[in-house]
Design a protein around this ligand. Structure first.
Ligand code: FAD
Ligand code: SF4
Length: 539
């Protein structure tokens, strides 16, 4: 069904047009608003979702009925196919980070130089030190609470903007257990306020960070959009789906973004600007470039190298639950954890394996249950006694994200069999490991299982359950699709995010990354986006 308005499109004139209103776009817009006088228009396909004032109620309904706290957070007919996880389903103002957990570790310096240091993957066109100021800016804008780990494991140019979220009694016990095994751990950096700020509360440890924070302690992009709109520094067009970018056939300059309203009208619009920023996330950014094919650019825009949609990146994990002879009291802030970067900085090694390590308290194996070990129903005092017995002791959850080197055929293509209401083919996504990763996968996963077995044994405990993330058809914290690099034949954008082929087109954040490290990626997506924003502001 094609809903195409026959009326002339509504035309919006601006200086900088940002496509997408996710977390990368929000923090880039804040940077641009402070560092340029240019007019900024942000174009978002979805609607605003649950406002801050309604989040307490949304949390209550989530806890009572399992109801999603996020209203109208997707477009029914705008879907990526081929993967079950992390495929940008949230098309709303603020994007996926309206739902995120707020965990915000930095990559390690090794991530930017895996080729030089370990002979695998690709070096980025800049170093960790080059990104450090933008990491800092991202942390300050979101309000990241953190504790610096040992400098050799966790270098940074300046201290965290906010004191760390407390290592509570449970985590302190687990920290001692890890220390005895010579594993250095510290409070996981999180975009959750440890000190009230800017109308957002201090974290109350109420433990529903994912999916919804009722207090505003956890950063979400709507805070930035609301502030920028109140200061009249941006124009935010909601329910506007950009379907094409038009490029001048001779100069390659982008002249306009065109599309349709996603409301019932389906009305056509166009945005004319001097600068275009594609901040539509790792799926929709390459998708829009591929959709924007024309006679002059038959393979889509920015695609001289043929790499648009290629080298999708991400990581996988091994996760384990360990019973330990400690006394923990679950429920003191289950969503907060310890982190270690010890294994992200392994030094010289004969076979490649780098991973992060996170440790949480857990109630697995300690919950109340209705049947005993023999399968018989438990009632009254017997039920209580069973629970009291099993609640004694401690369960730790440990998880290691290990990095996966992306293959050129880890890719997103247009799927002509799946179209949205306007007749545009939807993205088909498939992840593939580079041969060096595929060859090591089994060994890498067994090494991680062995680490967890050793950790359990050293603490006098046992493994309750172990799992890997293989059931995900995708990978976590997905990135790539418009990789950056210095050579236009082997990359889509340069080291600052500008398309090699189009002088006024920039691709921001996740899609431009050549690899996705082995920890949560969003802080890095934003830092990379802020580096791009600084280049745009310099002109
Ligand atoms: C449940 C959950 C928990 C998570 N927890 C964490 C965590 O703790 N730590 C972490 O680091 N990461 C986490 N993530 C991942 C994190 O949310 C994402 O990495 C991040 O939000 C991606 O931001 P983005 O700016 O790249 O893009 P997106 O959030 O994908 O935003 C892109 C926006 O662009 C809009 N758009 C796309 N195409 C168009 C178009 N053609 N026209 C107009 N608008 C368009 C979309 O509607 C969307 O709003 C989590 C994700 C989920 C789902
Ligand atoms: S613990 Fe509660 S207040 Fe703190 S960030 Fe999570 S949801 Fe928000």
């Amino acid at each position: 069904m094609i809903i195409q308005s026959s009326d002339a499109p509504t035309v919006h004139e601006t200086d900088i047009c940002i496509v997408g209103s996710g977390i990368t776009a929000a923090l880039m817009a804040a940077h641009l608003a402070e560092n340029t006088k240019q007019r900024i228009t942000v174009v978002e396909a979805g609607k605003p979702t649950t406002p801050f004032a309604q989040r307490t109620q949304a949390r209550e309904r989530y806890l009572a009925y399992g109801e999603s706290p996020w209203k109208q957070d997707h477009l029914d007919d705008q879907n990526a196919y081929g993967t079950t996880w992390g495929f940008s389903p949230s098309m709303n103002v603020g994007g996926l980070a309206m739902h995120w957990g707020g965990v915000s570790p930095r990559y390690s310096p090794e991530d930017f130089r895996t080729k030089s240091m370990f002979g695998v993957g690709t070096d980025w066109p800049f170093t960790y030190d080059d990104l450090d100021p933008f990491y800092q800016e991202a942390e300050e804008r979101m309000g990241v609470a953190g504790e610096q780990g040992p400098v050799a494991l966790d270098p940074r140019g300046k201290p965290y903007p906010l004191p760390a979220l407390p290592v509570n009694y449970n985590l302190a016990q687990l920290q001692q257990w890890a220390t005895k095994q010579e594993i250095a751990t510290w409070s996981t950096p999180s975009a959750k306020l440890s000190v009230a700020r800017d109308g957002r509360a201090q974290c109350q440890r109420c433990d529903t960070c994912y999916p919804v924070c009722p207090t505003g302690a956890k950063y979400s992009p709507d805070f930035t959009w609301d502030a920028l709109e109140a200061a009249k520094r941006i124009t935010l067009l909601t329910e506007h789906l950009v379907r094409r970018l038009d490029a001048d056939p001779k100069t390659g300059r982008i002249t306009r973004a065109t599309g349709n309203r996603t409301d019932a009208s389906g009305a056509a619009f166009e945005v004319r600007a001097k600068t275009f920023v594609l901040a539509a996330g790792f799926v929709w950014s390459p998708h829009l470039l591929l959709l924007s094919r024309s006679d002059a650019f038959p393979n889509g825009l920015a695609n001289r190298s043929g790499l648009v949609g290629k080298y999708l990146a991400g990581h996988r994990n091994i996760n384990a639950y360990l019973r330990l002879p400690l006394e923990l009291y679950p429920g003191m802030n289950v969503q907060h954890s310890l982190v270690s970067k010890q294994f992200m900085r392994p030094g010289k090694q004969s076979r490649y394996l780098r991973h992060d390590l996170r440790i949480w308290e857990s109630s697995v194996g300690r919950e109340p249950r209705l049947r005993g070990d023999d399968g018989a129903m438990l009632f009254g005092d017997a039920l209580l006694k069973d629970w009291q017995g099993r609640a004694k002791g401690a369960t730790a959850r440990v998880r290691a994200y290990y990095d996966v080197l992306p293959d050129i055929d880890s890719k997103l293509v247009l799927n002509d069999a799946r179209k949205n209401r306007f007749g545009d083919p939807m993205p088909q996504v498939s992840f593939k490991d580079a041969p060096e990763s595929a060859a090591l996968k089994e060994w890498q996963e067994e090494e991680l299982r062995n680490l967890f077995r050793r950790m359990a044994k050293a603490g006098g405990g046992e493994i309750l359950r172990m799992e890997n993330s293989n059931n995900d058809l995708g990978q976590e914290h997905p990135a790539g699709g418009c990789r950056m690099g210095t050579d236009p034949m082997h990359s889509v954008v340069n080291g600052e995010g500008r398309a090699h082929d189009h002088e006024n087109l920039w691709v921001a954040g996740a899609p431009s990354q050549p690899s996705a490290s082995c920890c949560n990626g969003t802080l890095t997506f934003v830092a990379v986006g802020l580096r791009t924003a600084a280049a745009i502001a310099r002109g």
